[in-house]
Design a protein around this ligand. Structure first.
Ligand code: 5GP
Length: 114
């Protein structure tokens, strides 16, 4: 068994980070290094899936749950509009191999992709 991911350790309370929202199978935190006025991470409670491709193939309902949670958080923390990013693979900037969505919101009109 490999070490628990940083997100599992946050969920278990081993690493401090406020859980700002929670559903049956997912939770959300603020990114520690925000890249936008609102930068949240939406994360399945289970670290079974390493990336969004595995998640979509293995549990599409859970993927839909993440999208729904992102949508409600964008309404709560910004004006409802948001960018949803799943970095997939190290060459795309993925550093934590416990699937998670970046929810970026709040004044992104001028921001370029990436
Ligand atoms: P990735 O690079 O895998 O797509 O995204 C991982 C994200 O997790 C990064 O944006 C990074 O800032 C964030 N992160 C890493 N460690 C922590 C932590 O301990 N607490 C919080 N809140 N975010 C973290």
């Amino acid at each position: 068994m490999s070490e628990p991911s940083i997100f599992t350790r946050i969920l278990d309370g081993e690493i401090p980070s406020e859980i700002i929202a929670e559903t049956e199978n997912a939770f959300a935190i603020r990114d520690i290094a925000p890249k936008a006025p609102v930068h949240l991470l939406v994360i399945p409670k289970s670290e079974q899936y390493r990336n969004v491709v595995e998640l979509a193939a293995g549990d599409p309902d859970l993927l839909a749950e993440l999208v729904g949670l992102a949508n409600s958080l964008a309404a709560e923390h910004a004006d409802g509009d948001f960018r949803l990013i799943f970095n997939t693979g190290p060459n795309a900037g993925q550093t934590v191999f416990h699937v998670h969505a970046h929810v970026l919101a709040g004044g992104l009109q001028e921001a370029s992709l990436g």
